[in-house]
Design a protein around this ligand. Structure first.
Ligand SMILES: Nc1ncnc2c1ncn2[C@@H]1O[C@H](COP(=O)(O)OP(=O)(O)OP(=O)(O)O)[C@@H](O)[C@H]1O
Length: 697
């Protein structure tokens, strides 16, 4: 595959040229401004573009309830503004300054950077909280970084978030479900707490529409004591200037295989460009594993092109220790290549990164409330994401960003911003959280983007069937309130609570942890005999969930050996994440006063616990089906067991699945065989009232 810069256009000032066959050639877009680095933190801080705006920011925050700050990536918004606020006294009298991020990884990394700049330990004056991990010290922590999801959870105990004086919602352009929920709720809190200040920040936000949202009020929003309070008209501040220049390069012709093109680009950079690490944006674990494999294979074939490359992957299914590797300094004479999903897209500064390779794609969630299928689809990113990705270079020195799409595509076809997650997600967790906060009229609430009514109805239906909501759509006691306490998908939470009663919580925690990673198997492109044979070795007649227990047990017996994983086509990184997640879940249930017990070999208890959460995902094999066609009980939808399941071709009469994915057909992922009478026992309300046509088995 070859691409060339446009003949007849001005020759690039600097470009990658591959003189061998099959390479990639980029041409350069116009350059941006430049800057310099300094050694001491204080001088470094003062060199950042945001520093010139320190006084203006503090003035606006003092005078306005809401301030919207837009500034280039790397201009210093995330690390500096919380420090300015603290210096100006916003953390005095026991108050705390909060700064939210959409992702855990950026929470941890910005917290440690700010602590370092302030010369304090993380967990003291500067702390962070992410799901399952709290590194703050009450009464001591003044600046707290946290995910927006965690701040939402804090509202359950403190609905007005009284301990915070300023809440900075960073990377608001992401429009994640949690960010949008948070913004809607914060707007409401402001009416009750005029002293609370909000800062909404991003490099790529539509400031005008955000400002309109905070300016307008619904009639029933209540009135703040505006006479003495701050100006409710939001202020907008644009931070001019950027850190170091990032040259943008585009491919001349669209690439047909972005994965191969990304690998080629890395090899070219390694051959032609001076020292500096490379950050590559691909879409998911499977892509990333494949790219790592391709780079490793190249190394075997042509050591010249490859020597000195240190290839690391980065995705959310990695354990914390594996993720932390990306922050370790690159050894002399080596070049680190980090192949990542969009978890490295915002807020991160990776000191060694000079080059960014952007595939132009990410995995995005799309939910169809009619079929109840939520698919992770590889789709083109938005301009905002592309700018964020480029912004991972040029933070401590000049950088280059190689986009594996054409400039025309960027200019003409990429949307300015992505579709808000609220409009393309399953809303079950969202609804339960709002219910726990006592918000009943969810559709009548003031949202930045209205959640689709069909998705809301579907979510209410699911929560009602799980007996988490009652007929008045209020949380049930104790189940609803307990489930709302657990920061997991409500179906998993319900399964955990039932497992306690059935005495199989140890097993269910393992299953819940495994279901939370993308896959415990090594991803291989196409079919793979070895993997199929290994799967058979662990296969349990009951289905995938019980087979997972066999894998986990064998992994423990091997002494958690990476060699054992390698031999058995099991993804060692995923297993480490499972162990970590398992520990977190054990701690969580103990906090709720539950002591996990094991049911030994009683797999019926395990299956019954699974059904208690997933009874609505039952399917029956079509009686005369030749090709393994099932129909879902809920909507008579045609579905099939996924080929990766141990029950593929076994086709038990009745099954319960974990999730549906659609490719050429609708496939059931992670399936167990069940006795249909367990369904009516687990959810009589669902099966007898709502499904009178379901036979009495
Ligand atoms: N861990 C780090 N190591 C070295 N320098 C860092 C680190 N974190 C931040 N910096 C420096 O501080 C600058 C500002 O970072 P900061 O995250 O505050 O910017 P930002 O405006 O919030 O960017 P973004 O919009 O990308 O989140 C970086 O460009 C970099 O020069």
């Amino acid at each position: 595959m070859s691409q060339f810069w446009k003949p007849g256009t001005e020759k690039p000032r600097s470009c990658l040229v591959d003189d061998e066959e099959g390479g990639v050639l980029f041409y350069a877009a116009p350059p941006s401004s430049s800057g310099h680095g300094y050694s001491s933190f204080e001088r470094l801080r003062q060199r950042l573009p945001v520093f010139k705006y320190r006084t203006a920011i503090l003035y606006l925050v003092e005078k306005h309830a809401t301030t919207i700050i837009v500034g280039e990536t790397g201009s210093g918004k995330t690390t500096q503004i919380p420090q300015y606020l603290k210096e100006a006294g916003w953390a005095e009298g026991g108050r705390v300054i909060a700064c939210t991020q959409p992702r855990r990884l950026s929470v941890q990394s910005v917290a440690s950077r700010v602590a370092e700049e302030m010369g304090v330990k993380v967990g003291e004056e500067v702390g962070y909280t992410i799901r399952f991990e709290d590194k703050t010290n009450q009464g001591v922590t003044k600046i707290k970084f946290l995910t927006d999801g965690v701040l939402l959870r804090e509202m359950m105990n403190d609905p007005l978030l009284t301990k915070y004086s300023v809440i900075m919602v960073d990377e608001a352009h992401e429009r994640s479900l949690s960010t949008d929920t948070l913004l809607g709720l914060l707007k409401k809190i402001q009416r009750r707490r005029p002293e609370l200040r909000l800062i909404i920040s991003s490099a790529t936000i539509e400031a005008k529409s955000m400002s309109n949202f905070f300016r307008t009020r619904k009639k029933n929003d209540g009135q703040a004591s505006e006479d003495n309070g701050p100006n409710i008209e939001p202020s907008i501040l644009s931070v001019e200037g950027k850190g170091f220049p990032v040259e943008i390069f585009y491919v001349e012709e669209p690439v047909s295989d972005y994965l191969r093109a990304a690998v080629d680009a890395v090899l070219l950079i390694h051959e032609k460009e001076p020292v500096g690490d490379v950050l590559v944006f691909l879409t998911g674990q499977d892509d990333i594993d494949a790219a790592v494999q391709l780079l490793t294979d190249e190394a075997r074939e042509t050591t010249r092109r490859h020597s000195g490359l240190l290839v690391l992957s980065l995705y959310s299914g990695l354990s914390r220790a594996d993720q932390d590797l990306i922050f370790t300094p690159t050894p002399k004479g080596k070049r680190k290549v980090i192949i990542s999903t969009n978890i490295a897209e915002t807020s991160l500064t990776l000191e060694g990164v000079v080059y960014v390779v952007d595939s132009g794609f990410s995995k995005q969630r799309f939910y169809n409330p009619i079929s109840d299928i939520e698919n992770l689809v590889v789709a083109p990113i938005s301009k905002a994401s592309a700018r964020q990705r480029a912004g991972r270079a040029g933070r401590v020195r000049p950088g280059k960003c190689f986009r594996l799409y054409t400039e025309d595509f960027f200019v003409q076809d990429m949307p300015v911003e992505g579709i808000p997650e609220m409009q393309r997600s399953n809303l079950v967790s969202f609804v339960i959280q709002l219910k726990a906060l006592g918000i009943d009229n969810i559709l009548g609430f003031d949202w930045l983007a209205l959640p689709p009514p069909e998705s809301m109805i579907r979510a209410l239906e699911v929560l009602y069937s799980l007996e988490i909501l009652d007929e008045d759509a209020k949380l049930t006691s104790p189940t609803g309130f307990q489930v709302a306490e657990i920061p997991l998908d409500p179906m998993i939470s319900k399964m955990i609570l039932t497992a306690d009663a059935l005495g199989c919580l140890e097993e269910i925690i393992t299953i819940a942890a495994i279901l939370s990673v993308q896959s415990i198997w090594v991803s291989v492109r196409g079919t793979h005999k070895g993997l199929d044979e290994v799967k058979l070795r662990f296969a349990a007649a009951e289905g995938d969930h019980v087979s997972f227990l066999n894998v986990y047990k064998a992994f423990l017996q091997s002494g958690k050996s990476s060699q054992w994983c390698y031999k058995n086509y099991i993804n060692y990184h995923s297993m480490k994440k499972v162990v970590e997640m398992r520990e977190q879940l054990s701690r969580l249930v103990r906090r709720l006063g539950i002591i996990p017990k094991s049911c030994g070999m009683d797999m019926q208890a395990v299956r019954r616990a699974i059904i208690s959460g997933f009874f609505a995902h039952a399917s029956q094999l079509e009686e005369y089906s030749q090709n393994g066609m099932y129909k879902t009980v809920r909507s008579s939808q045609e579905v099939y067991i996924h080929p990766s399941s141990v029950l593929f071709r076994v086709n038990p009469k009745w099954v319960v699945y974990h999730s549906l994915v659609s490719t050429d057909k609708h496939y059931m992922h992670n399936v167990i065989a069940i006795d249909p009478s367990w369904l009516t026992e687990a959810a009589p309300h669902f099966y007898q009232q709502r499904r009178p046509s379901i036979p009495l088995f």
